[in-house]
Design a protein around this ligand. Structure first.
Ligand SMILES: Cc1ncc(COP(=O)(O)O)c(C=O)c1O
Length: 453
């Protein structure tokens, strides 16, 4: 019987076994390092996710620059994962690398601001149209701090998220809809609080559910990606955000727009391109060209409310911030990246190649009669194992097939192409070439031909 993805299980298993063998045979140095690291690193890696790629052992990287990297066995790769967006503007972009090199002679961290802080604040305000900014080390932290501010200024306890969302390892958001009921995600380790007490979850693109959830007047903020990008891709339906934005405002809740991935839409992110007017705007990962840092911006009205909340609280820890936040390396990296790397020209190149990629993939899939779709948010492209683009997290989750993903990703990896694990995301950067894109399309088409033979 044909599988829902259109690929028979026998061919899939055969291709996967062969590609695993090929991966192992070609990477003796990665394998040796993987064995060595087992002695002192849990799972043999510095972060346990690094074993989630579907490779027999982790790929050890020697160097990355622009749109490519090479591994310790000397194999070169065209990189369409780009550190899952951390390197969205290419690995070690020249202006950022130069700024960081200069800063290495001037100190890393003092817990005090320098000139870069004032300049970065100005660059962010000009670019995103929000007047006030604060910083964090990661997008996870930025979201965590924004949730705290939102609760403080509204005096409300609840956060509303969309089913299937991901906003980093912010505990509050690990609540899914299971058969229509909010349910704490089983995979979450060591969480002893009942997250469903303060987190409300609804499906994306469903205005009635959103309206019902907001009706009680106890939602401090709606935390959302404007297009979902972490459960495959779910695009907003026409008019959805305009109506949702009004509902959120009318309910006295704050709209937190997490643009960590959707910054692929354009230089000002999805919110600016589509007039979403967020109360809080969050951006991590690529904002410092790959140097760890994150930012969150907000309106003047919110700035006043935030200051009022802080003034009204007794002196002491706010629970917002970390010691290395806004350190000198991060600030100089953001200054260079915002001023010289995240340019209109860079985006224009990325859009052109992302179009080429999405069209090429649609053609390759269509010619083979597979019931798969391709979606795009600017420089970010995703193919999913369903005929129609999913409308919400449940539909997107139902379209996933991790074995098929692993097989395709490994096939590409063995031929010098990296795409993002966990789903089928491909990002192009300013250094990606048309030849890289064409090779990705042709290699994926060859994998499909083998699977369908
Ligand atoms: C939309 C979104 N927000 C936040 C994060 C968290 O980023 P980080 O892991 O860098 O904290 C991610 C990570 O994938 C993300 O996709």
């Amino acid at each position: 019987m044909a599988h829902a993805t259109g690929i028979q299980n026998d061919s899939l298993q055969a291709l996967l076994a062969r590609e695993r063998g090929r991966y192992i045979a070609a990477r003796p140095r990665s394998q040796a390092l993987a064995q060595r690291a087992q002695s002192h690193l849990l799972y043999g890696v510095p972060l346990h996710w690094m074993t989630d790629w579907g490779t027999p052992f982790p790929l050890f990287v020697e160097a990355a620059k622009g749109a490519r990297f090479h591994d310790v066995d000397g194999h070169g790769y065209a990189d369409f994962c780009l550190g899952d967006t951390g390197a969205m503007f290419g690995h070690a972009p020249e202006p950022v690398a130069a700024a960081v090199a200069r800063q290495t002679q001037l100190g890393f961290t003092t817990m005090l601001p320098g000139e870069d802080a004032a300049v970065v604040g100005e660059l962010l305000a000009q670019r995103f149209g929000l007047p006030c900014w604060q910083f964090a080390m990661t997008a996870t932290d930025a979201n965590r701090f924004v949730i705290r501010w939102a609760r403080a200024v509204t005096g409300r306890s609840k956060v509303l998220v969309f089913n299937g969302c991901y906003h980093g390892t912010v505990d509050d958001v690990f609540v899914d809809l299971v058969e229509g009921q909010p349910s704490q995600r089983d995979s979450l380790l060591g969480q002893v609080y009942d997250l469903t007490q303060h987190t409300v979850v609804v499906e994306f693109n469903d205005l009635d559910s959103l309206q019902r959830a907001l009706a009680a007047g106890d939602i401090a903020c709606v935390l959302a990606e404007p297009a979902m990008t972490n459960i495959g891709m779910v695009l907003p339906q026409p008019g959805y955000w305009q109506a949702a934005r009004e509902l959120i405002r009318a309910a006295g809740a704050l709209f937190v727009c997490d643009e960590t991935h959707t910054i692929s839409t354009g230089p000002g992110g999805y919110a600016l391109a589509h007039g979403l007017e967020p109360d809080f705007f969050v951006l991590g990962k690529p904002v410092g060209g790959g140097v760890p840092c994150a930012v969150y911006g907000f309106t003047s009205e919110l700035a006043q409310r935030m200051q009022a909340s802080k003034s009204a609280a007794p002196p002491g820890h706010s629970g917002i911030g970390t010691t290395l936040t806004a350190n000198a390396l991060a600030m100089c990296a953001m200054r260079a990246n915002l001023a010289e790397v995240m340019t209109e020209e860079a985006y224009a190149h990325m859009f052109e190649l992302a179009e080429r990629l999405a069209n090429g993939l649609r053609q390759a899939i269509g010619q083979r009669g597979l019931p798969w779709c391709v979606s795009q948010v600017g420089a970010r492209t995703e193919f999913q194992f369903c005929a129609q683009p999913p409308r919400n997290g449940s539909e997107a989750a139902a379209a996933m097939d991790h074995t098929l993903e692993h097989a395709l990703h490994l096939y590409l990896l063995n031929r010098g192409i990296l795409i993002t694990p966990f789903h089928n995301m491909m990002l192009v950067c300013p250094a990606t070439t048309a030849a890289d894109v064409d090779r990705l399309i042709a290699t994926l088409a060859a994998a499909l031909d083998e699977l369908l033979a």
